[in-house]
Ligand binder design. Structure first.
Ligand code: SIN
Length: 279
């Protein structure tokens, strides 16, 4: 059976793949998935009951899985898989376990070589809520007035794990993990290495400041760009169904998790795909 692939559903994101056989994929179907992902930087592969092994195999269709850096998130049985669930160890001011990833962000930007893409597998998802929202950073960049594009061209931002501007709780790191994540500098506008298209490269969680700019001026610019990039016109919201695999391109999207009511568990498996130095 060949796979079915819809167009992106909103904001140029969110195409849905059906009929993909995760257990015995054929090369044509894998190529169709890669093509669909190039056209829709958020892609949902629907109805694939996965094990950690078959999920990792699926990730390899899109590149090389990265070892999860943080011990607190790493699956003890598989170093490429991190577990996304409400966790003890990421606490909030109220003492309640935090919702991981609930502020707009792009994965891994605190690394010198951030991951290219992320796959999430919805192992247990609540019947209502717990959506993941995505924003299209190509579209956000392209919609900027020319004057704003010239103003930000060539600017760089300092990203770090525990950034001055960050408002969300961050997972604990061991001294060894801390030593592997010194502050890094990335361009504010990055060029996609495969398509050559430009995108805003923002991460409200991890950007500490604009390099070589007074703090107040840099903060005002970041606030303005973040507000622009997260307008509803650029946003797609993914409502999870059990056994969805969602892959997104961190080089041209941001995302955030929404809370859900009640005590229904929500457990997702995550794999990051190796990337390249942002330029
Ligand atoms: C993440 O930020 O990687 C997780 C998003 C989610 O839980 O919806």
């Amino acid at each position: 059976m060949s796979v079915g692939i819809t167009d992106p559903v909103e904001a140029g994101l969110g195409a849905v793949v059906t009929g993909f056989d995760l257990d015995s994929p054929v090369p044509e179907a894998e190529e169709a998935l890669r093509r669909a992902f190039r056209a829709s930087p958020v892609l949902c592969i629907r109805g694939c009951k996965a094990t950690p092994e078959s999920f990792t195999r699926c990730a390899r269709i899109f590149g090389t899985p990265k070892r999860e850096l943080l011990g607190i998130m790493r699956d003890p049985a598989c170093a490429e898989i991190s577990l996304v669930e409400r966790k003890q160890g990421i606490s909030t001011a109220t003492g309640k376990a935090a919702i991981f990833g609930s502020q707009w962000h792009t994965d891994d930007s605190f690394m010198a070589v951030p991951c290219a893409a992320t796959l999430l597998y919805g192992e247990i998802v609540p019947p209502k809520g717990g959506d993941t929202a995505f924003t299209n950073m190509h579209a956000a960049y392209e919609a900027l007035p020319d004057e704003a594009k010239s103003r930000i061209q060539g600017l760089k931002a300092v990203h770090m794990f525990q950034a001055r501007r960050n408002v969300s709780p961050v997972p604990e790191r061991t001294p060894e993990e801390e030593a592997q994540t010194p502050p890094v500098t990335h361009p504010l506008v990055r060029t996609h290495p495969e398509t050559g298209r430009k995108a805003l490269y923002l991460n409200p969680n991890r950007i500490d400041r604009i390099a070589d700019m007074p703090l107040a001026e840099g903060d005002a610019l970041l606030d303005e760009l973040i507000e622009h990039a997260t307008q509803p016109a650029f946003v797609h919201v993914h409502g999870w169904q059990p056994d969805d695999i969602v892959i997104w391109d961190n080089r041209c999207t941001m995302h955030r998790a929404s809370p859900h009511e009640g005590d229904h568990p929500r457990r997702l498996l995550r794999i990051l795909i190796e990337g390249t130095v942002p330029v």
